[in-house]
Design a protein around this ligand. Structure first.
Ligand code: G6P
Length: 522
């Protein structure tokens, strides 16, 4: 990273080695690992794209439309990227990954190095130099695509751990753009982060941004500590700590921004803040109020044998989610007779994820053996205590499952946020239902009225499950009402707005005047 005001003028005039990166005409650029679309087969077998119904997309869609925005991402398949295309009013630009890059960058460095490392080494991270080289290469490709799309003075918003080098790489080429970076997953404590052989490059890459957003105060604090310790970039000037009480609402977040540190050590003011992500809660409420969805919820309960209590877990099949801890606690409750298969059913949705990565394969085997063992020991004919579904469902079916469930179990061992917890709350319009929520999720900071658990404490988890299964209607209502207020008022639109406001208030980047190629501003 060069920092400050680098040699952009020279490059923009065509003299620099990277002048081919160019300048585009979009005022707002999103760079995320994935394009916000799913590939489907058209009626004549041709490839078609359907918008994937994520919260991020619904929050950014109106902003993208107003600012002539573009979304840069990977389609999820190896090979050449699709030609740029428009879906639901959004311009999409694909970044291609070769089959080797899918293996080394996506499955390797992203999901077998960074993912386990950033989730407190629940699984051991692997460090391989060719994986790192692929990560650098793919990040450069994303940075280049962003530079080619971004108009002079544009805002570029980079997302998540897959693209941590993009802010620095883009900054080197384009000091005129405003760069925001949001990390959706936890940022680990320094003792863990320090294992990464390329820790200095990661910190430098991130510090190319003007604003760095994290889910929780602890993540932001860990990042600042990593800056001080790893790169020794922040030893100049005075460091101001991220306030412990900072929350994601606009006023406090902005106040905290003002206190943010010059952590870059380059004279450029890099701001660090906490912006807990959320869901499109109005959209979920609306789906949950549809007659068809409500009828489907009844049908689900009926199919389960109309038990007294339906428990539900919905996750990607990932070792961070504490699925085995949940299963063990439930199995013990059945063994001890504190729950019986006649009164309780657990619906366990574990959607397929990263299936070619070794730890995910091992976990799948372990989950399936454990489900089989518990069902084998406790099922009666026509009455299985666990319904295990290794499938992915559309939002309507998810909402019906949320409506059918008396108890929602979120037992992550480490989780940046956990949007499933918020989706459950958003769907419970009648203020019934109980949420058992791991304190190791970002959501626990906001949903203090959930039944909070330490999933490693199996006895505590069992007690919380029984408490949730036998909660009085009055207590359930009190807890659910307060959680619903939080989720309604702090939806994903609020999150995006708060982040982008804070980004706008970051010191102005250098401005490149197109006609002269001269830089002005700071
Ligand atoms: C997490 C990450 C996202 C990622 C998603 C799905 O939520 O924060 O960046 O896209 O998991 O994982 P995948 O590997 O399928 O993209």
């Amino acid at each position: 990273m060069t920092g400050g005001v680098p040699d952009l003028t020279e490059k923009a005039q065509g003299n620099g080695p990277d002048s081919a990166w160019g300048v585009g005409d979009c005022g707002f650029v999103v760079a995320a690992s994935r394009l916000p679309v799913d590939q489907v087969d058209g009626p004549e077998g041709q490839v078609e794209w359907r918008p994937s119904p994520g919260g991020l997309v619904s929050a950014l869609e109106p902003i993208m439309r107003d600012a002539d925005g573009v979304w840069i991402g990977w389609s999820g398949a190896a090979g050449d990227p699709p030609q740029p295309f428009d879906v639901a009013g959004m311009h999409l630009v694909g970044v291609g990954l070769s089959a080797d890059e899918v293996r080394d960058y996506y499955e390797g460095f992203c999901n077998a190095t960074l993912w386990p490392l950033y989730h407190d080494v629940i699984a051991p991270p692997e460090f391989h130099r060719p994986w790192w080289e692929a990560y650098v290469r793919v990040n450069r490709r994303f940075a280049q695509a962003a530079a080619q799309q971004a108009a002079i003075g544009a805002t570029v918003w980079v997302h998540d751990y897959q693209l941590q080098l993009v802010p620095g790489m883009l900054r080197e080429q384009r000091s005129d753009v405003r760069i925001g970076m949001f990390t959706h997953i936890p940022f680990p404590g320094y003792e863990i982060f320090a294992q990464l052989p390329w820790r200095r490059q990661i910190i430098e890459g991130l510090l190319g941004a003007d604003l760095l957003g994290f889910q929780r105060h602890g993540d932001a604090a860990n990042f600042l500590r990593a800056c001080r310790r790893t790169a020794r970039l922040a030893t100049r000037g005075s460091l101001v700590r991220v306030p412990a009480t900072m929350s994601g609402d606009a006023r406090t977040a902005v106040a905290a921004q003002r206190q943010a540190a010059d952590v870059s050590g380059t004279g450029r003011d890099v701001r660090v803040g906490t912006f807990p992500i959320s869901i499109d809660s109005a959209a979920f409420e609306k789906i949950a109020s549809r007659e068809t969805v409500r009828a489907r919820a009844k049908e689900i309960r009926h199919a389960l044998g109309n038990p007294r209590v339906v428990l539900l877990g919905i996750d990607r099949l990932d070792y961070t989610k504490g699925i085995l801890h949940r299963l063990n606690a439930y199995g013990e409750l059945l063994s001890e007779g504190r729950l019986t298969p006649a009164e309780a059913v657990l619906v366990l949705v574990a959607s397929p994820s990263r299936e070619r990565v070794e730890h995910y394969r091992v976990l799948r085997d372990e989950v399936e053996v454990t489900v089989g063992r518990i069902n084998g020991e406790h099922a009666e004919l026509g009455n299985a205590p666990i319904h295990y579904l290794h499938q992915t469902y559309p939002r309507e079916e998810m909402a019906a499952l949320y409506l059918a469930a008396d108890v929602m179990l979120v037992t992550s061992l480490r989780d940046g946020m956990n949007l499933v917890a918020k989706e459950y709350v958003a769907c419970r319009r009648d203020e019934t239902g109980a949420l058992v929520l791991s304190e190791f999720t970002g959501a626990a900071d906001e949903l203090g009225s959930a039944l909070l658990v330490n999933p490693h404490d199996i006895e505590g988890l069992k007690d919380a499950i029984i408490r949730a299964a036998t909660i009085s209607p009055g207590e359930a209502k009190r807890r659910m009402r307060s959680m619903r207020r939080r989720v309604r008022e702090h939806d994903v639109g609020h999150w995006a707005e708060t982040f982008l406001d804070a980004l706008e208030q970051a010191p102005a980047p250098a401005v490149l005047t197109e006609s002269t190629g001269q830089l002005s501003g700071s």
